[in-house]
Design a protein around this ligand. Structure first.
Ligand code: NAD
Length: 496
C-alpha cells in the first residue's frame, strides 16, 4: 500500500558509507504479518538514487580491487563475529517483519553466517591455474579478476539468509556490491548493514537501495552494473533474466518451485512424517524448498496420509515470538487470500480437503495473516493445482502406481528446485538420485538446502542461468577469467 506521509520509522538507503534519506514520494508500509502492526515505512527509490549508488560503487572499485584478497576478507571475519553476537536481534527482527518463528529466523541466520565463513576462504578459492611449456618456452596462466559493480535482488521469505548467498562472495572476490532487498522485509538488511558499517569496509563497497521494480530496472539497465543475481518468483526471474540478457549482463535468477517428495511403503513413516511436516509447514510453507506435493506409493497412501494429517493438525500456529509456536502467518493478507483461494481451486479440481486451514482465527491476533496447516488428499496428478506454486502451508497428496509413475509425474512439472525420496532401500535411492528431474535432491531429507560450499542448484523454471549461488559457482559468477600466454627469449635471461 502506498501512503502519502510515512507515519512510522522512516527507512533510509545506505550509499557511499552513509545513511541517506530518500527523496521519493512513494513509500510502502512494512507490516508485522502476525499482528498487523506497521513497523516502518520503506522508500521505493528511483533511478537517480540507483545511479548515486552505482557511481559510488564504481568509484570505490579500483581501490577495493587492488586490496589483497587476504585483506578483503578481514571485514568478513569481523562481520561473522558481529552476526554471532547479534543472532537473537536478527531473529526478533526477522520474526517481526516476516512472521516465521524465532527459532526458524535464527536458523536462517546460521545459514547466512555459514556463507560469510565460506567466503573467508577466497584467497584459496579465487586462485587460477597455469601450465608451463604449452609450447616450447611458452607458459600459460589463468587469472580470476573481479567484475566491478554487481547487484542482487532478493525475496521476502528469507530476509537474512538470501542476501548472504551473494554479498560475502561478491566483495571477497573484489567487486563492489549493491543490494535491493524485498520491500516487504527491509528491516533485516537495515540491521545487517548497520553491522557491516562497523567492519571497516571502505565506503561504497556495499550499498543498500530500498525499492521495487523501478530500482530493479535501473540496476539492470545501468551500464556500470556488470552482473545481476536474483531470487524470487518465476515470472520475475524470467523477466529479469531476459532484460539483463538484452543488456549483455551476466545474470543468475532463482525462481519459484513446486517440490515433490516420494514416500515409498518401506520408508520409516514416523520419521518421514516428522520431517515432511516440518518441510511442508515450516516457515508457513514459504520456503522455496518446502515440500508441497507428497507422492505416495502402495500402502504409504494410507499410512502416510493418516500420520501426516495427525501431525499437521497438532502444530501450534501463532505469533512466532511466543514460546511453543511452531508455525507463523503468511506474509500479507493478499497472500492469505491467494493461498485460501488456491485451496478452493484444488477442491474444485477434485481434491478432498483432509485438513482445512482456511478462515483461521488466532486469539489475540485477529489481524494476523494466518492460514493453518492444510492437506489436500487425492489431488488429481493432471490438475492445474498439482503444478501451481501455492507458497503457503498446504500439502497436496498424490498417489502413484510405482516409481515409474511417480518419476513421470515429477518429469511433467515445470519446476525443478528440489525432489526428495523417503525409503529404506539403497537401490531405490540410487535410482531416484540418478533420475529425479531436480537440482537439489533429498534422500530421507525434507529440505535439501545445500550447505554454503555447494551450489544452490535449481533446475527448469526454478532457475535461469548457468552459475548458481553459493560455493564454487559463486566464485565463477563473480570473476572474469583472463588467460595470459607468455614467451621470454632465452638470450635475455643469459644477460644476468
Ligand atoms: P517476488 O518475485 O515477488 O519478489 C522478489 C524480488 O523481486 C523483490 O525484491 C521484489 O521487489 C522484486 N520484484 C517484484 N516484482 C518485480 C517486477 N515486476 N520487476 C522487477 N522486480 C520485481 O518474490 P517474493 O514474493 O518476494 O518471494 C517468493 C518467491 O521467491 C517464491 O516464488 C519462491 O519460490 C521464490 N524463492 C525462490 C528461491 C530459490 O532459491 N529458487 C528462494 C527463495 C524464494
Amino acid at each position: 500500500m502506498t501512503v502519502a506521509a510515512p507515519p512510522a520509522l522512516k527507512l533510509t538507503n545506505y550509499i557511499n558509507g552513509q545513511w541517506i534519506d530518500s527523496p521519493t514520494t512513494d513509500w510502502r508500509d512494512v507490516v508485522n504479518p502476525a499482528t498487523g502492526e506497521t513497523l516502518a515505512t520503506v522508500p521505493l527509490a528511483d533511478a537517480a538514487e540507483v545511479n548515486h549508488a552505482v557511481e559510488a560503487a564504481a568509484a570505490a572499485w579500483p581501490e577495493w580491487r587492488r586490496t589483497p584478497p587476504a585483506d578483503r576478507i578481514q571485514p568478513l571475519f569481523k562481520l561473522k563475529m558481529l552476526m554471532e553476537e547479534h543472532l537473537d536481534d536478527f531473529g526478533r527482527i526477522i520474526t517481526q517483519e516476516n512472521g516465521k518463528t524465532f527459532a526458524e529466523a535464527k536458523a536462517e541466520m546460521r545459514r547466512a553466517i555459514e556463507n560469510v565463513e565460506v567466503a573467508c576462504g577466497i584467497p584459496l578459492m579465487m586462485q587460477g591455474y597455469n601450465l608451463e611449456d604449452v609450447a616450447r618456452g611458452i607458459d600459460e596462466i589463468m587469472i580470476r579478476q573481479p567484475l566491478g559493480v554487481v547487484a542482487a535482488i532478493t525475496p521476502f521469505n528469507f530476509p537474512g539468509m538470501i542476501p548472504f548467498w551473494f554479498l560475502p562472495y561478491a566483495i571477497a572476490t573484489g567487486n563492489t556490491f549493491i543490494l535491493k532487498p524485498s520491500e516487504r522485509v527491509p528491516l533485516t538488511m537495515r540491521f545487517a548493514f548497520e553491522l557491516l558499517e562497523k567492519t571497516g569496509l571502505p565506503k561504497g563497497v556495499v550499498s543498500l537501495v530500498n525499492g521495487g521494480k523501478a530500482v530493479v530496472d535501473a540496476l539492470i539497465d545501468h551500464p556500470k552494473v556488470r552482473a545481476i543475481s536474483f531470487v524470487g518468483s518465476t515470472p520475475v526471474a524470467r523477466y529479469i533474466y531476459a532484460r539483463a540478457g538484452e543488456k549483455g549482463k551476466r545474470c543468475q535468477c532463482q525462481g519459484g518451485a513446486k517440490n515433490h517428495v516420494i514416500v515409498l511403503p518401506d520408508a520409516d513413516i514416523q520419521m518421514a512424517t516428522q520431517i515432511i511436516s516440518d518441510s511442508a509447514f515450516g516457515c508457513a510453507g514459504q520456503r522455496c524448498l518446502a515440500v508441497s506435493v507428497a507422492v505416495t506409493i502402495g500402502e504409504a497412501q494410507k499410512t502416510f496420509r493418516d500420520s501426516i494429517a495427525d501431525a499437521a493438525s497438532k502444530l501450534k500456529v501463532g505469533n512466532g515470538l511466543e514460546d511453543g509456536v511452531q508455525m507463523g502467518p503468511v506474509i500479507t493478507s493478499e497472500s492469505k487470500n491467494r493461498v485460501e483461494s488456491l485451496i478452493s481451486l484444488g477442491e474444485k479440481q477434485g481434491a478432498k480437503v483432509l485438513l482445512d486451514g482456511r478462515n483461521s482465527r488466532i486469539p489475540k491476533y485477529e489481524s494476523g495473516n494466518f492460514v493453518k496447516p492444510t492437506i489436500l488428499d487425492d489431488v488429481p496428478a493432471t490438475s492445474e493445482l498439482a503444478d501451481t506454486e501455492i507458497f503457503g502451508p498446504v500439502l497436496s497428496l498424490v498417489h502413484a502406481d510405482g516409481m515409474d509413475d511417480a518419476l513421470a509425474f515429477l518429469e511433467r512439472s515445470a519446476y525443478g528446485n528440489q525432489a526428495s525420496l523417503f525409503t529404506s532401500s539403497g537401490s531405490a535411492a540410487r535410482r531416484f538420485r540418478y533420475e529425479a528431474p531436480a537440482g537439489n535432491i533429498g534422500i530421507n531429507i525434507g529440505v535439501a538446502a545445500p550447505m554454503a560450499y555447494f551450489p544452490f542448484s535449481g533446475w527448469k523454471n526454478s532457475f535461469f542461468g548457468d552459475l548458481h549461488g553459493q560455493g564454487r559457482d559463486a566464485i565463477e559468477f563473480y570473476t572474469d577469467k583472463k588467460v595470459v600466454i607468455e614467451r621470454w627469449a632465452k638470450e635475455h635471461s643469459r644477460k644476468f
